[in-house]
Design a protein around this ligand. Structure first.
Ligand SMILES: [Fe+2]
Ligand SMILES: [Fe+2]
Length: 352
C-alpha cells in the first residue's frame, strides 16, 4: 500500500473521528484502526428492499440516456442482480444521508452501479465475480460524507482549498470502507481510493496508474454519469453525444482504455453491437454546456485586485486545466466578460 498523508480528517456520520488531519496513512495505521472494529458485526440488509431504492432505480432507469441503454431485458438483468446484494447498515445509512442532503450523489451512486454492472458483464473475464465487484460502484463516493455540504453543493467556482477538500473523498472513502468492512484490501475500499486515478497516472489522490479493469469501468461510468447530470457549478448537463465525446477524448489522451470506451458507446447504440465491433467516432457533434465552471479554480486573494477593462468591476482570476495545461483568465463579476492577461495589461498601460 502506498503511504500518503491525510490532509483532512476522516470521520463518520455520527462525528466519530477515525483519523485526524496530518496523519500518515500507512498500512500499520489502517490496520490499527481496523483492529478497533474487529469483532463488530454489522447487520446486512437487502439493498433493493432498503428505503425507496427499488422505486428510485426503476424511475431513474426510465430517463434518457439510461432508458436507451437499459431496454426491458437489461433492466430486468440489473434488478435481478441487485436483488442478490446486501449492504451493511453503515453503508446504507450513508446512502440515506446523501438522499436527504445531496441528492446528486445518491442518484449518481445508483446510476454508476447500474451502468458499471452491464459494462462489467462485457469486459470481465470472470462474470461470476460481478456481485462482489459491481457492489463497489454504489459506494465509490462514500467518502463524500467527510466533505462539507457547502463544498459539495457550491455553485461558485471552487478555491484551491475547496478542491483539495473535495478530492479528500477518495482517501476518506478508503479509510471508512476499510474500517467498516474490516479489510483494507477489500475491493470496495480500493474503488473508493482509486476511482479518480487514470491509466496515464494523471488522476488523484496518488497519481498512480489505473490498471484494474473493474476500477476502470467504474471510473468511466463515474465521469459519464457526472457529465450527464446538472451540477451546481454547471446548471446545464452535457448532452449524451457530448458526454461520450468527452470520454472518447479521455481514451485519446491515454486516461482510459479504448475497450472501456467502446463498451460504453456500444450500449448507447440502438443495434447494440459487440463492443469489439463498435467503432468509436472522434468527430465532435455534441453540445457541451456553455456555462461550465468545472476545473475553474478561484484565487481568492486576487478577486479585488484586478479591475475589469470593460466596466471596472472586480475580476475573478480563473485557472482552467485542460489535458494537463493550465490556462489563466479573468472573469468580471459584474459584466461577466472574460479577459486574458494581455487584455488586462493593455488597460494598465492606458491608465498611465
Ligand atoms: Fe468520486
Ligand atoms: Fe462519483
Amino acid at each position: 500500500m502506498e503511504t500518503t498523508k491525510l490532509d483532512y480528517a476522516v470521520y463518520t456520520l455520527d462525528n466519530r473521528l477515525f483519523l485526524p488531519a496530518g496523519k500518515l496513512l500507512t498500512s500499520e495505521a489502517l490496520d490499527e484502526l481496523i483492529a478497533i472494529n474487529k469483532g463488530t458485526s454489522y447487520q446486512a440488509l437487502p439493498f433493493l428492499e432498503y428505503g425507496t431504492v427499488y422505486q428510485d432505480i426503476v424511475l431513474l432507469l426510465q430517463k434518457p440516456p439510461y432508458c436507451v441503454i437499459f431496454d426491458e431485458v437489461e433492466r430486468t438483468n440489473v434488478l435481478n442482480l441487485m436483488k442478490k446484494i446486501n449492504f451493511i447498515t453503515p453503508v446504507l445509512e450513508s446512502l440515506d444521508y446523501f438522499k436527504k442532503w445531496d441528492f446528486y450523489t445518491y442518484r449518481h451512486s445508483l446510476m454508476v452501479f447500474a451502468m458499471s454492472t452491464i459494462m462489467a458483464r462485457d469486459l470481465l473475464e470472470k462474470p461470476e465475480d460481478w456481485i462482489r465487484e459491481v457492489m463497489a460502484g454504489t459506494i465509490h463516493d462514500l467518502g463524500k460524507i467527510c466533505v462539507p455540504l457547502q463544498i459539495l453543493k457550491k455553485s461558485d467556482p471552487l478555491t484551491r482549498t475547496d478542491r483539495s477538500i473535495l478530492e479528500h473523498h477518495t482517501l476518506a472513502g478508503f479509510v471508512l470502507l476499510s474500517y467498516f468492512l474490516q479489510d483494507r484490501r477489500s475491493f470496495a475500499a480500493q474503488v473508493a481510493n482509486e476511482h479518480h486515478e487514470r491509466r496515464d497516472g494523471s488522476g488523484y489522490p496518488l497519481g498512480i496508474s489505473l490498471r484494474d479493469s473493474m476500477v476502470e469501468i467504474i471510473a468511466a461510468c463515474d465521469v459519464y454519469d457526472a457529465l450527464l447530470s446538472p451540477r451546481p457549478y454547471r446548471p446545464t448537463q452535457y448532452d449524451n453525444r457530448a458526454a461520450l465525446e468527452e470520454i472518447t477524448e479521455m481514451a485519446k489522451g491515454g486516461k482510459l482504455s479504448w475497450e472501456v470506451v467502446q463498451t460504453l458507446v456500444s450500449h448507447n447504440r440502438k443495434d447494440k453491437p459487440h463492443f469489439r465491433e463498435c467503432r468509436v467516432s472522434t468527430e465532435k457533434r455534441g453540445t457541451p454546456p456553455a456555462d461550465n465552471l468545472y476545473g475553474v479554480i478561484v484565487e481568492k486573494e486576487m478577486e479585488k485586485e484586478i479591475k475589469c477593462p470593460n466596466c471596472y468591476g472586480s475580476c475573478i482570476k480563473k485557472k482552467t486545466y485542460k489535458e494537463g495545461v493550465e490556462y489563466i483568465s479573468y472573469e468580471c463579476s459584474s459584466c461577466r466578460k472574460e479577459f486574458d492577461e494581455d487584455d488586462l495589461l493593455n488597460i494598465e498601460m492606458d491608465e498611465y
